[in-house]
Design a protein around this ligand. Structure first.
Ligand SMILES: [Zn+2]
Length: 91
């Protein structure tokens, strides 16, 4: 469950960090370098275009909701839900 692959390939593999805000699922895409990606999944910091397929959920409630989306929504079909905390961004 908790084996997070530490891929460091240059294609840019990002991660969504998910949490709940007033019961709403909020997902923020982050680059593998730790910088937050913009809406097109481009990184300001390292210039990589990243693909995000892992969704790191900060708690069980978030994980449950994300897993529900993965099961029910075709848009989420290719995502993996993981439980874990966001690593602090290095500025
Ligand atoms: Zn980056």
């Amino acid at each position: 469950m908790s084996d997070t692959p530490k891929d460091k390939n240059s294609t840019g593999l990002g991660t969504f960090y998910a949490h709940l805000e007033d019961g709403q699922l909020v997902m923020e895409p982050y680059c593998s370098c730790g910088n937050q990606l913009d809406e097109n999944y481009n990184c300001d910091s390292c210039g990589k275009h990243s693909q995000c397929t892992d969704i790191l959920c900060e708690d069980q409630a978030t994980l449950k909701l994300v897993e529900k989306y993965i099961r029910s929504s075709p848009k989420f079909r290719n995502f993996n839900a993981l439980l874990g905390k966001k690593k602090s961004a290095k500025d």
